[in-house]
Design a protein around this ligand. Structure first.
Ligand SMILES: [Zn+2]
Ligand SMILES: [Zn+2]
Length: 283
């Protein structure tokens, strides 16, 4: 693990949670790889011409075992509780799980349907809906990652320069990297799917806004290589790591890199930008 000296550290319990989460998801994907994956007939050709608004999930190309998602969800709540024993969401969910909630039937609907139920549940329990959705996404993540691997060749054929959402799950990017091997070409990253896709250098990765007068970025004097793109039209921000900068990576693991750059989220939110990445468009 390479750490750049002087960067603000994330809370230890958060780091511990994401480290155990990474190990768990990696293990789940390894297990799924040993089961046969059947590609949908005709999928290969259709993926290459996938519309910007459509994802593999929408097309029904991502097989998901609901029983396993239910198990994953429980395991992930356990991981959260272990690292943060006072976490209110983890405590309430643990109780609900013990009472038989969130069983395999809960996960049967399409993603939008499941998300609507989760948001309703969080609102009723007065808990943070985004945090709950994130847990659910991690529970499904092994299946999304497996589909990304299986359809990687086809996915690489898609022209994604204008694509603001992940071609596998349809969510917005968690962060971006500027690739050092391709003269700073910008790639958007989806952590759930462990996937990156090329995206135009300027242009909002949330609303697609191309008006340069409404787009900008914040460079951090003290932390070279890290920057925050922002859009005045939708008020979104996108934290970005410039791999060309001559500084050590925080981590070669995107999931941990995202946690270790939490200080960037803090800066962006303090400046009034909204943490709206990792979401699916409402339309
Ligand atoms: Zn994704
Ligand atoms: Zn925007």
């Amino acid at each position: 693990m390479q750490n750049t000296p002087g960067l603000p550290e994330p809370p230890a319990e958060m780091l511990a949670y994401y480290q155990s989460l990474h190990a768990f998801i990696t293990e789940q994907v390894a297990q799924l790889r040993s089961t046969p994956f059947e590609k949908v007939a005709g999928a290969s050709g259709r993926i290459q011409t996938l519309l910007h608004t459509t994802s593999l999930l929408d097309m029904g190309y991502v097989p998901v075992d609901n029983e396993r998602v239910a198990k994953n969800f429980k395991s992930i709540v356990d991981l959260l509780l272990q690292s943060s024993p006072a976490n209110e969401l983890a405590l309430v969910l643990t109780k609900a799980l013990a009472g038989g909630e969130f069983g395999k039937e809960y996960w049967q609907e399409d993603l939008q349907g499941v998300e609507d139920r989760l948001v309703g549940w969080a609102d009723a329990a007065k808990l943070d809906a985004d945090s709950l959705l994130q847990l659910a996404h991690w529970a499904m993540s092994p299946f999304w990652r497996l589909a990304a691997e299986q359809y990687a060749t086809e996915l690489h054929e898609i022209i994604t320069n204008e694509r603001t959402n992940c071609p596998i799950c349809g969510k917005h990017a968690d962060f971006a990297v500027l690739d050092d091997k391709e003269h700073g070409r910008r790639y958007l990253t989806c952590l759930s799917c462990n996937w990156q896709w090329p995206f135009k250098r300027m242009g909002c990765s949330y609303c697609g806004n191309n008006d340069h007068g409404e787009l900008g970025y914040i460079l951090l004097e003290d932390h070279k290589g890290y920057m925050i793109y922002h859009c005045e039209r939708c008020k979104s921000y996108l934290k970005t790591f410039d791999q060309r900068a001559a500084v050590g990576r925080l981590d070669d693991n995107p999931l941990l890199e995202n946690v270790k750059t939490l200080f960037l989220d803090m800066i962006a939110i303090k400046k009034g930008y909204l943490p709206i990445h990792g979401q699916v468009d409402e339309s």
